[in-house]
Write a protein that binds this ligand. Structure first.
Ligand SMILES: C[S@@+](CC[C@H](N)C(=O)[O-])C[C@H]1O[C@@H](n2cnc3c(N)ncnc32)[C@H](O)[C@@H]1O
Length: 229
């Protein structure tokens, strides 16, 4: 009881007190600096906050997924990161990393890792999803949504891709920080608004805020959704 109260108080102080303001300020400053846009993994640009890459590493080690599926590949750094982690932990050879992008870049086309399968087309195009399904067979695992961040597109993606999330695993709705949460306020309804709407009508996923809160912030805060059933 005492421990729970201490934890709750700490979380309120972090979010609303001076610490919360500093965290939001730093989050905004780091995002605005564009430093994360310069990050590379094994030479491939990876448009992620390093704090979030730490969390992906922990999830992949803990869950040992048979599949990591990402919408929005860009230059391919994230796909290579996921595949390399799966190699490091000795995942079976048939554990796959699947990516889909509306337009594959020249750099992404050079990805030559045996686990990585890429698809070109819109993530919500049913023909593309059919092709993905015939590649992954019935494998499920972690799904990461990082393509078109408009609320409508993200809601469509959630509806189409939640089936690929294993029970106990994660659907990560990325960039929930945009539209003023606390960055890029002019964006309009985006991933955070999509998450809120989705969770109002679906009880098979729960927000896992414990996962990222020790790091104080995440570009995908409140977007780490755990499949409960
Ligand atoms: C933020 S970048 C992805 C960054 C990448 N996941 C990473 O971690 O480095 C967004 C990508 O989504 C792609 N995209 C935009 N609309 C899309 C759509 N409807 N379907 C699939 N990909 C889309 C863009 O072409 C772009 O490469």
């Amino acid at each position: 009881m005492k421990a729970a109260l201490k934890k709750a108080t700490r979380s309120i102080v972090l979010e609303t007190g001076a610490a919360g303001l500093i965290t939001r300020g730093f989050h905004w400053l780091y995002y605005q600096s564009g430093a994360w846009f310069e990050n590379k993994f094994l030479g491939y640009p990876i448009y992620q906050c390093p704090l979030d890459l730490q969390l992906y590493q922990e999830l992949i080690f803990r869950l040992r997924p048979a599949l990591v599926l990402q919408t929005g590949i860009a230059e391919g750094g994230s796909l290579l990161y996921f595949a390399s982690l799966m190699d490091l932990i000795g995942s079976p050879a048939d554990a796959l990393v699947v990516g889909v992008d509306i337009c594959l870049t020249d750099r992404a086309k050079t990805l030559a890792h045996p686990r990585i399968k890429t698809f070109e087309g819109s993530s919500t195009d049913l023909h593309v999803i059919d092709r993905i399904m015939s590649t992954i067979k019935n494998q499920t695992g972690i799904v990461v949504l990082d393509s078109d961040h408009s609320k409508t597109h993200v809601l469509n993606e959630i509806a189409l891709y939640k089936q690929f999330v294993a029970i106990g695993s994660y659907l990560v709705v990325e960039d929930t920080n945009i539209n003023g949460h606390p960055v890029y306020s002019s964006f309009g309804p985006g991933p955070m608004e999509a998450v809120r709407e989705f969770l109002r009508s679906d009880n098979s996923f729960v927000i896992d805020d414990e996962l990222w809160k020790r790091n104080k912030f995440s570009f995908h805060q409140h977007g780490w959704l755990k499949r409960a059933r």
